[in-house]
Ligand binder design. Structure first.
Ligand SMILES: *Cc1c(COP(=O)(O)O)cnc(C)c1O
Length: 375
């Protein structure tokens, strides 16, 4: 079978290998069969290895849904009665966690920082000290809207000093930028199969501390479908997902994990780094400005500021590139007009070189001045 290869430079879903695409084409199976439960059991164990989590202390819990389900699940399930959530918020994805708190009517503190700056750890500590009722702290590892990397290890150390649980949205780093759950002081991390693992959409997972999950059994049940303990408990007792799993995505993800371990953590991160460097070099050569300074970037997403050129029209440039097999993506920053180029997926440096030929051609086609100009 010959499948057209598209280069996705959006922040997920990412470009997949043909072998992962084809892994979905399998005989029909009822997911309540033991054969399928055994597959999920192995998958859950293998996911632990991606973040170096030991089997005795950690577990992974699968959900049918996109990555946001993990944020919903962690926050609504891991807060004891009468306690408070602290969200360390410097971007769109942590804001999503704040909205989860609002929708569930939870007591929360939205500790806001500028989108292009790292959080002030002194202020984080002061907030923890002054609010002993904070039981859950949440932040985002790589703020995918800007590409800023948050210092989770340092934040996690503070969270644990004050006896709280630390959940981190690692959706746009896990299986790309190496994570060590224990060393990074993380109690719960999360991702969806379509990002770092380069699998398909529809399967998401939380990896975290078993003891804390078991303790959460007695916390208020705020959601019927999105409860971490209930899903964990069902898996432990029956080997199955409580409700219907995304069957074909599970097959694809098993293949994707096989390819992940074959490529290797370090080699894969080195490849993403090469791709990312090529993305930045190309953008800077054309004169584009980045939102986040280099030393704060997570090395996977760059947000580029729209040039001050009347001929610049993001959608037109997008369509030109899209027709030629390259997908670029709009920004997610409230204050600045930006677009994003991302280094996720089964792509390499040559794909980026090929992309810039088309991208530069698009700029010339629409008479955008090169190098691009800013007032
Ligand atoms: C992609 C992403 C998510 C999940 O988004 P969905 O649209 O639900 O897949 C969550 N957090 C971060 C940081 C992400 O990059």
């Amino acid at each position: 079978m010959n499948i057209k290869r598209n280069i996705l430079l959006n922040p997920g879903p990412s470009t997949t290998t043909d072998t992962v695409k084809m892994a979905q084409v399998v005989p029909d199976i009822c997911p309540r069969e033991e054969e399928f439960a055994n597959m999920m059991k192995t998958l859950r164990k293998d996911l632990l290895k991606v973040v170096h989590a030991s089997e005795d202390k950690y577990t992974s819990v699968l959900f049918c849904g996109s990555g946001t389900i993990n944020i919903d699940v962690c926050i609504n399930s891991l807060l004891p009665e009468g306690k408070k959530v602290l969200v360390i918020n410097n971007g769109a994805y942590s804001t999503r966690a704040v909205e989860v708190c609002q929708y569930y009517g939870l007591d929360y503190i939205d500790l806001k920082f500028k989108e292009d700056e790292r959080p002030d750890l002194e202020l984080v500590e002061k907030t923890l000290k002054e609010n002993p009722d904070i039981a859950l702290v949440h932040t985002t590892h790589n703020e995918t809207g800007t590409g800023l990397l948050n210092p989770i290890r340092e934040i996690g150390a503070l969270v644990h000093k004050y006896g709280a649980t630390f959940t981190v949205d690692t959706t746009s780093t896990l299986a790309m930028r190496p994570i060590d759950i224990e060393k990074d002081n993380v109690d719960f991390c999360m991702a969806s199969a379509q990002k770092g693992l380069m699998s398909m959409t529809g399967l998401s997972f939380v990896i975290g501390n078993k003891e804390i999950i078991e303790k959460s059994k007695d916390y208020p049940k705020r959601s019927y479908y999105c409860n971490l303990f209930l899903q964990y408990d069902f898996f432990e007792k029956t080997g199955e997902m409580h409700f219907t799993p995304p069957v074909q995505t599970v097959y694809a993800t098993i293949q994707a994990l096989k390819e992940y371990f074959e490529e290797g953590e370090e080699a894969k991160w080195a490849r993403h780094t090469k791709v990312f460097n090529a993305i930045r070099e190309g953008a800077l050569k054309l004169g584009f400005k980045e939102v986040i300074k280099e030393e704060w970037q997570a090395g996977l997403v760059t947000a580029l500021v729209y040039p001050d050129d009347l001929n610049w029209d993001f959608m037109k440039v997008h369509d030109y590139c899209y027709e030629r097999g390259f997908t670029i993506y709009p920004g997610k920053i409230a204050t600045t007009k930006t677009f994003r180029l991302c280094a996720l997926g089964a792509i390499d440096e040559q794909d980026i070189k090929d992309f810039y030929v088309v991208f530069e051609e698009a700029l010339r086609h629409f008479n955008v001045q090169i190098p691009v100009k800013y007032n």
